[in-house]
Ligand binder design. Structure first.
Ligand code: C5P
Length: 370
């Protein structure tokens, strides 16, 4: 029964991640590239901080719910007053600031940097190039799993990884329209045109090299951080020391410090003071980006806890197909040949990798029965 429950949770969380990822890349890219008229464009450092605040609040709510349900079931057997609000608050406080909570400082700092790099990448690359190149995180995740956790992978899986690298390179070899300037892919422009009047021209110049460096950096950090986080999460779940939501509260709590002091104050402090304040340039699309990203963080945590990081990354690469299909259906447009071929190779590579059960080798809490 518990195996079935786990398998349903795994499938549901991976499916949700596919949908969330597709939506996030499109909405975030639009939020960075649509014309803003006389308004300043919102600062990504503020968005990174707001996402952490939203995630902290949501994780805290879920942790409180968890604590209440576990307390009420334990107090029904022993007639103690352990389900009173003050004892629940105390229990939450002790769990969040447990002696081992410092372990989350490293992933919190790294995820904050990664999230900032993702914004930088999507400000400088078109959505398809970003999404496909970011699949490099599959490679980095496997490498860090081998290096840090001593896991092994089969020959077929190595082949899948090679193919993946080739697919990513294929998309990157796509020549820019003019030197140093990449125009947004046609479908993302179409999305943008849904929200803007035709009179607003969208000649936003992108620095492709900067975008590429950002996405490669984000992929490296993603691999390292998610492997580290998976280890912390699975250790605490198997020893029953902290729940997934407590770990998430700790992660968001420690992320708020670098996001605020380094991102908002140090990097963008002057900009914020001179250009209309913290929420300057915020609109419905920016809030949608923030909510989708916060939701993604929660879904990623469930995927890492109940499936594993590689499965999580497969779901992310599958979202490329969903974005393709979605935009083809909505706009009737085809992508550039390079991008289409690259994405097809990436997807084929992930299926090649997945076609043998990798979960056992990569070590999950409980492997899914196929
Ligand atoms: O691209 P990748 O899958 O590595 O992205 C992970 C994302 O999930 C990051 O934005 C990170 O901040 C977020 N995350 C989270 N909570 C977790 C694990 C990851 O918000 N427990």
């Amino acid at each position: 029964h518990s195996r079935q429950w786990l398998s349903s949770i795994q499938r549901l969380s991976l499916l949700l991640l596919v949908l969330q990822n597709s939506a996030l890349v499109m909405v975030m890219h639009h939020s960075r590239n649509s014309p803003t008229g006389s308004q300043p464009r919102y600062l990504t450092s503020t968005a990174v901080l707001v996402v952490e605040v939203v995630k902290l609040s949501a994780s805290l709510l879920l942790a409180t719910y968890d604590t209440i349900t576990s307390h009420s079931s334990s107090s029904s057997s022993s007639s103690s007053s352990s389900s009173s609000p003050s004892s629940i608050a105390q229990h939450l406080y002790c769990s969040i600031f447990a002696p081992d909570s410092w372990k989350l400082i490293v992933p919190a700092a790294l995820y904050t940097l990664q999230n900032s790099l993702v914004y930088a990448a999507l400000s400088n690359l078109d959505a398809v190039t970003f999404q496909v190149t970011y699949q490099l995180k599959i490679l980095t995740t496997v490498l860090f799993s081998i290096l840090l956790l001593g896991r092994t992978i089969s020959l077929r899986q190595w082949l899948g990884l090679l193919l993946l690298t080739f697919g990513v390179a294929l998309v990157q070899l796509s020549p820019p329209t003019t030197p140093d300037v990449i125009t947004t892919a046609s479908w993302t422009e179409k999305i943008a045109s849904l929200f803007t009047s035709p009179s607003q021209s969208s000649t936003i110049h992108h620095n492709a090299l900067k975008g590429l460096a950002a996405v490669v950096g984000a992929s490296l950090i993603s691999g390292l951080t998610c492997v580290y986080f998976e280890k912390i999460l699975k250790d605490s779940l198997s020893s029953n020391s902290s729940s997934i939501w407590i770990r998430n509260v700790q992660l968001s709590f420690f992320s708020i410090f670098p996001a605020f002091f380094i991102g908002v104050m140090w990097y963008d402090g002057v900009n914020i003071a001179q250009n209309g304040g913290f929420f300057a340039g915020y609109n419905i699309v920016v809030w949608a980006t923030i909510c989708l990203q916060a939701l993604g963080g929660l879904i990623v945590a469930v995927c890492i806890a109940y499936a594993d990081n590689v499965a999580k990354n497969f779901a992310a690469s599958l979202s490329i197909v969903v974005s393709y299909a979605g935009t083809a259906v909505v706009f009737g447009e085809r992508m550039t040949l390079h991008a289409t071929m690259g994405a097809a190779v990436v997807v084929a590579a992930t299926w090649l990798y997945k076609s043998r059960p990798s979960t056992q080798q990569l070590g999950t809490l409980l492997p899914v029965s196929s």
